[in-house]
Design a protein around this ligand. Structure first.
Ligand SMILES: Nc1ncnc2c1ncn2[C@@H]1O[C@H](COP(=O)(O)OP(=O)(O)O)[C@@H](O)[C@H]1O
Ligand SMILES: [Mg+2]
Length: 125
């Protein structure tokens, strides 16, 4: 994250990354989502600042990536946006990407608590 920030010249504020506490598959999908969000910010946003928050609470895991860039019009679609939604849907969550023209973009994802329980390991007798 620090390297990305230095390379693209956009300030990153990270609020929490408690990835050790979630199943591997969830962590991998979360990483892939944050990567695509940052790729979009680098490529499209002209933002000065991006804030990334990952929190785990009683409502599940919540991801927010918001930038103060130029946003995009409603109805915009693309592979990256679809892929981020698929990363969350694939682990039982949901994600939305909201661009406001001239006012930035926010990626919001939620994975409910039930989807954060690691798969049971079969114990052989
Ligand atoms: N953070 C962002 N700031 C501004 N525009 C964005 C941002 N994220 C996505 N977009 C817009 O949404 C479009 C679709 O994004 P995406 O599906 O990732 O495709 P791609 O990045 O290959 O263009 C982008 O082309 C861009 O116009
Ligand atoms: Mg993209």
């Amino acid at each position: 994250m620090a390297e990305w920030s230095a390379r693209v010249g956009i300030v990153v504020e990270v609020w929490a990354l408690p990835e050790g506490d979630v199943p591997d598959l969830v962590a991998r999908n979360l990483d892939a989502t944050v990567c695509e969000a940052l790729a979009n910010i680098e490529r499209h946003s002209r933002a000065r600042t991006v804030a990334i928050a990952v929190t785990v609470g009683k409502n599940g895991l919540r991801l927010t990536v918001s930038d103060d860039g130029r946003g995009f019009p409603p109805g915009t679609t693309g592979r990256g946006l679809s892929a981020m939604k698929a990363h969350f849907a694939g682990v039982g969550g949901a994600l939305t990407v909201n661009g406001v023209p001239g006012a930035g973009t926010t990626v919001r994802g939620l994975i409910p608590p039930g989807a954060l329980v690691p798969p049971a390991v079969e114990v052989l007798a």
